[in-house]
Design a protein around this ligand. Structure first.
Ligand SMILES: [Zn+2]
Length: 88
């Protein structure tokens, strides 16, 4: 659970907590430039780099190109967005 305003959002340049509250899961990787770069090689265009197969971001994390803590940070935000918004 990420507490908005506790500093976690402030640790991540690129968006404010207000923007985060309105952010779509699909746009989250735009705030993580290294993940967005690798994400262009993902098999699926709408890849969230979570459970999808042939995910270039997860491969880059496994090979050390993306620091694991950055990926975990991303996943925390993704979980937060999913908790906030019911799936359609
Ligand atoms: Zn991916």
């Amino acid at each position: 659970m990420i507490h908005i305003g506790s500093g976690l959002v402030a640790d991540t340049p690129g968006f404010s907590s207000l923007e985060f509250m309105e952010m779509e899961a699909e746009r989250l990787s735009y705030c993580f430039p290294e993940m967005h770069k690798h994400g262009e090689d993902c098999k699926f265009r709408a890849c969230l780099h979570d459970k999808e197969p042939k995910c270039a971001v997860k491969e880059a994390v496994d090979s050390g190109e993306i620091p694991r803590y950055r990926y975990e940070h991303y996943m925390q935000f993704l979980e937060e967005i999913r908790d906030r918004k019911p799936r359609y």
